[in-house]
Ligand binder design. Structure first.
Ligand SMILES: Cc1cc2nc3c(=O)[nH]c(=O)nc-3n(C[C@H](O)[C@H](O)[C@H](O)COP(=O)(O)OP(=O)(O)OC[C@H]3O[C@@H](n4cnc5c(N)ncnc54)[C@H](O)[C@@H]3O)c2cc1C
Length: 561
């Protein structure tokens, strides 16, 4: 059995930031990750990380917080938003002091670029490879503190003894054994669930594992219906072209060569928030002003030098996928699933409703993004709330003498997985994955309505039945990726239902939830969070609307850009 005081599940930015914070506080901490930490999806983050650093007189943490509250369409909890905006400058300096190489202004200060929905340029960046640069900085810190990393360990279940979190069960992918990882505090940092949709900017590992594990163990998922569709994913393969492109001045064009965004956002144009831009693009396409089902991202006027200096990766990604060089050709793009605003319900310290269990990063819902996340705030969330969750966990474990290893959870996971390996004649997990992807992409995309969502719930009930029969062909013990893919598909099936049901129940339009049958925001009825409780693999989730939105300074207003 593996035993540590604190175990962090996930080695992306949130997980590594949490582990470093715990180590700095002297805790015995380890990371469990299904892949090597520096291969985590955070490494794909391109554009940057927000903080009102004070480089500009017209910016402040309060302005940052206001932009987030407005960007969230007033669903974000404003106390949590204020904490994030206030902690942000200190965390950027913390990263810088640990060697993170940010791009600079000529006078040596950290450079910041404009991002959608932001009142002033506050997105710090490392060219267009920001996530990777921060990831490597944190990895060096893990090495410095000699934090133990259980790599290629796949968490399958949360252990709860007498109502208290006591670690996880993890599948050691190298030898096929299930192991108990016992800890006084467990921090989930398992990332998003992009793979629930057919086309996504997310990597193959973003399968919502931690969300599903926590949900099955009795922690509610919050605001899952709010799914961000990013305006600029490549038509060919769904890969993201960062908002940094528009931040640096790129245009969006329809088939007539018109910069259409000013029709939808007269003040901000291409730099309106993502929900607004994605809806505008989709409207252009639906109304026949797209080109072969997409619109164009035009960087040509930025010039070769700026593109090569500030946006080199974006140019390369587009070149690889389309053969088109952004220096002299507009790139075909369309909205693609990008980010899960919802997640494991936590408070401002990452704590969940189970003592000793925390969550941070994209798998968590604090909630700082509400109905729509602003670009640059997710990297910030991983760093701020990774650190806060670890700080809280480090103090919590001081009051816990010891925890009982959850042998019963280990046994039941062993029985469950042996049952899957022994099964034959059922559905292939790849078919189930396709079915869940199709249900989500066809029924819970950018524009939604009651009949489509109702059909979506029916489709997911059928998927659920098929998922219970899933089989693997590979019965071996060593690196059985067939089995891991099946387990990930089970997680996706669990995650899909709260998204669909949340979208069906919420009969209003707010942020990323655009209901054509209820086009207006309805604060009287819906200024509250959606909590979804797990009721077993054969039942729909239980919806609960008891958690009110926290408003501190900014009363909901009409949201225009
Ligand atoms: C292409 C792209 C570009 C982006 N650019 C930006 C940007 O410029 N600015 C910004 O703010 N945001 C950006 N985002 C969003 C941001 O990158 C992510 O939200 C953030 O990095 C998520 O970090 P995380 O630590 O929560 O999760 P991840 O980095 O996804 O890490 C998850 C970790 O959990 C582990 N894990 C998962 N499941 C299990 C399991 N069952 N058992 C064990 N380990 C597990 C994985 O191995 C991994 O180590 C971008 C997103 C994408 C897709």
């Amino acid at each position: 059995m593996i035993k540590h005081d604190i175990v962090v599940i996930g080695g992306g930015l949130a997980g590594m930031r949490a582990a470093v914070e715990a180590a700095e506080r002297g805790a015995d901490v380890a990371i469990v990750s299904k892949m090597h930490p520096v291969r985590s999806h955070s490494g794909a983050a391109q554009g940057g990380i927000n903080a009102a650093l004070g480089n500009r007189e017209d910016d402040s943490p309060e302005n940052h917080a206001f932009d987030c509250a407005k960007g969230s369409d007033y669903l974000g909890d404003q106390d949590a938003i204020e904490v994030m905006a206030e902690d942000a400058p200190g965390q950027i300096i913390w990263l810088e002091h640990r060697g993170c190489i940010f791009s600079r202004l000529p006078d040596g200060r950290i450079a910041q670029r404009p991002f959608g929905g932001a009142g002033s340029p506050r997105t710090c960046y490392s060219a267009d490879v920001t996530g990777l640069v921060i990831l490597h900085t944190l990895w060096e810190q893990l090495e410095r503190f000699k934090v133990k990393v259980y790599e290629e360990y796949f968490a399958t279940a949360l252990c709860v003894e007498d109502g208290i979190g006591t670690g996880v069960v993890a599948y050691n992918m190298r030898n096929g054994e299930l192991e108990l990882v016992t800890a006084k505090a467990t921090i989930f940092a398992t990332g998003g669930a992009g793979r629930v949709y057919a086309k996504t900017t997310n990597g193959y590992a973003s399968t919502g594992d931690g969300m599903a594990i926590a949900y099955r163990a009795g922690i509610p998922l919050m605001d899952m219906e709010f799914v961000q569709f990013h305006p600029t994913s490549l038509k060919e393969n769904g890969v993201l072209l960062s908002e940094a492109a528009r931040g640096e001045g790129a245009y969006l064009l329809n088939k007539d060569g018109e910069r259409f965004m000013f029709k939808y956002a007269p003040n901000k144009g291409e730099l309106a928030s993502r929900d607004v831009v994605s809806r505008a693009e989709w409207t252009e396409i639906l109304e026949g002003r797209g080109i072969d089902g997409c619109v164009l991202l035009d960087l040509r006027h930025l010039g070769r030098e700026k593109i090569l200096e500030r946006l080199p990766q974006i140019r390369e990604l587009a070149l690889d996928a389309t053969g088109k060089d952004a220096i002299d050709t507009p790139i075909p793009i369309l909205p693609g699933m990008h980010y899960t605003m919802g997640g494991i319900a936590t408070d401002k310290d990452g704590a969940t409703n189970i003592p000793g269990v925390y969550a941070a990063g994209e798998c968590a819902c604090v909630s700082v993004h509400g109905a729509n996340r602003l670009g640059g705030n997710s990297l910030l969330e991983t760093i701020v709330f990774g650190a806060r969750a670890a700080k809280h966990a480090a103090s919590y474990i001081n009051g816990v003498k010891d925890v009982t290893p959850s042998v019963k959870t280990l046994r039941s996971e062993q029985d469950r997985i042996n049952g899957i390996l022994a099964r034959s004649g059922g559905e292939r997990h790849s078919h189930v994955r396709k079915a869940v992807n199709a249900a989500m992409s066809d029924h819970a995309f950018i524009f939604r309505d009651a009949p489509t969502l109702t059909n979506g719930m029916d489709a997911l009930r059928k998927v659920r039945e098929a998922a219970a029969t899933m089989t693997v062909q590979d019965k071996s013990k060593t690196f059985n990726t067939d089995l891991v893919n099946l387990l990930e598909t089970e997680f996706l099936v669990d995650i899909a239902q709260p998204i669909m049901l949340g979208a069906l129940n919420r009969d209003e339009s707010r942020g990323a939830q655009a209901r054509t049958d209820f086009p207006d925001r309805n604060d009287e009825k819906w200024l509250k969070h959606t909590l979804m409780h797990y009721r077993g693999q054969t039942s729909d989730p239980q919806a609960d609307y008891s958690r009110k939105v926290t408003i501190t300074k900014w009363q909901p207003m009409v949201r225009t850009y």
